[in-house]
Design a binder for this molecule. Structure first.
Ligand SMILES: Nc1ncnc2c1ncn2[C@@H]1O[C@H](COP(=O)(O)OP(=O)(O)OP(=O)(O)O)[C@@H](O)[C@H]1O
Ligand SMILES: [Mg+2]
Length: 395
């Protein structure tokens, strides 16, 4: 089974470097590895100091790299459908150029990047696929797209198909609307199955992990935490947090204040992402560019460990709807039934059980919802939230 590892995190934290270093380490250990960048602003080739292209290019023994390219992807995955949508828009009176532009739905081009993951998985050519993903916000949007894309395809295609089947050429003559050909339906269906397949692959905790890269800085940690919540919500397994650019103790007086800040945030990161473990890399005294530096980074992160191992399998918490209300469930690492105290502060929920503390960012649906209780069920703590009253129109 192909192992899939996706690195994401706030802009500039070191995603590309960490993805490249992980891929190189896998290849060095004899695993056939491809590292693919799905960020529109590619920097993988700069990181390896090797030119890459829209299709896989060999970098080293057992190692391939790819910087997927929008136009290439759109042609490859949406070509047939795009041509049809363009004809519908034209029929609605949009001029040709604008019709062309409108056919690339927001996110569709980036989504095509992710479809490469499924393709490489199915090819059987690789043992490991490492993904250098876009910064968290975009990646989140992208990962929620299989659902949105499915919705879109379900809505557009079956209805059209029914019209075609029932009315056929008669309707076409009557309304003049271009009807999709069999080729368009076939392409739509294929795309639908690909999306579903990709979603299955990425949410399968027996093969995929999403790893969050961060630096010990307030805003970076906060964003990482938010994405952590959403990955759980969407059911994407997260197995590791990478703390990059940790200052060494002898960083010198200029960095004294930075060092103190990093020391303060370290235990906070441990607490906020538990039970998902962390691995870290030092702030090197030079850019991480080229094979040698990437090897150093890989060694710092994983040492003798297998970088493809599953560091954590499970969902530390999830949200479900129960009798109209929401229930947030957490698996707690202990069995004693001490008092549970909950503190809410905007979108943060602080949970304290004895001396153990956890700080969660609440998903958007729960931010306005009042907490109505907490109870244990075995090792699981269930926290209930009432559905917030809907604001009525006109007060
Ligand atoms: N541990 C480190 N020590 C020193 N320099 C580092 C380290 N990690 C990354 N860098 C350097 O920091 C810069 C940014 O790293 P990188 O491109 O990997 O970040 P990124 O998260 O992919 O950025 P972007 O969001 O722009 O894609 C690069 O110049 C890289 O060489
Ligand atoms: Mg990058």
């Amino acid at each position: 089974m192909t192992r899939i590892i996706v690195y994401t995190g706030k802009g500039g934290v070191g995603k590309t470097s960490v993805a490249a270093a992980t891929a190189l380490l896998c290849a060095d250990r004899g695993l056939r590895t491809i590292v693919i960048s799905t960020d529109i602003a590619h920097s993988l080739s700069d990181s390896f100091d090797v030119p890459l292209a829209a299709e896989p290019v060999p970098i080293a023994e057992h190692l391939w790299g790819q910087e997927s390219e929008v136009f290439h992807n759109v042609r490859k995955y949406w070509g047939t459908i795009q041509a049809y949508i363009a004809s519908v828009f034209q029929w609605r009176g949009l001029d040709e150029v604008r019709a062309e532009e409108m056919t690339v739905l927001p996110g569709m081009d980036e989504l095509a990047n992710l479809l490469w993951i499924a393709e490489h998985n199915d090819s059987g050519r690789y043992d490991v696929i490492v993904v250098d993903a876009a910064p968290t916000g975009e990646t989140l949007r992208l990962l929620s797209l299989p659902e949105a894309g499915k919705w879109w395809l379900e809505k557009v295609f079956p209805i059209e198909r029914r019209i075609v089947q029932v009315a056929g050429p008669a309707v076409r003559r009557l309304v003049g609307m271009p009807m999709p050909s069999d080729a368009v339906f076939a392409a739509g269906e294929q795309l639908f199955h690909r999306l579903e397949h990709m979603h299955e692959l990425l949410s399968d905790s027996a093969r995929s992990s999403i790893r969050i890269v961060l630096n010990l800085e307030k805003m970076v940690i906060k964003e990482a935490q938010r994405s952590f919540t959403y990955f759980h919500l969407y059911g994407y397994p997260t197995d590791l947090v990478i703390v990059n650019r940790v200052l060494p103790n002898d960083a010198g007086p200029y960095f004294a204040s930075w060092l103190e800040t990093q020391r303060r945030y370290w235990p906070m990161v441990e607490e906020r992402f538990a039970p998902v473990p962390m691995r870290s890399a030092p702030f090197f005294d030079r850019e991480v560019i080229g094979i040698d530096m990437l090897r150093q980074l890989g060694a710092a992160l994983f040492g003798e460990e297998d970088p493809t191992r599953f560091y954590y399998q499970g969902r530390p918490y999830h949200v479900r709807r129960e009798n109209g209300a929401f229930v947030l469930s957490l698996d707690l690492p202990f069995t004693t039934r001490e008092d549970v105290s909950l503190t809410r502060h905007a979108d943060e929920l602080v949970l304290q059980v004895g001396s153990w503390r956890r700080n969660l960012i609440l998903p958007r649906v729960l931010v306005e919802a009042p907490t109505t209780g907490a109870r244990f069920e075995g090792q699981t703590l269930n926290i209930s939230f009432a559905v917030p009253p809907r604001p009525r129109k006109g007060g």
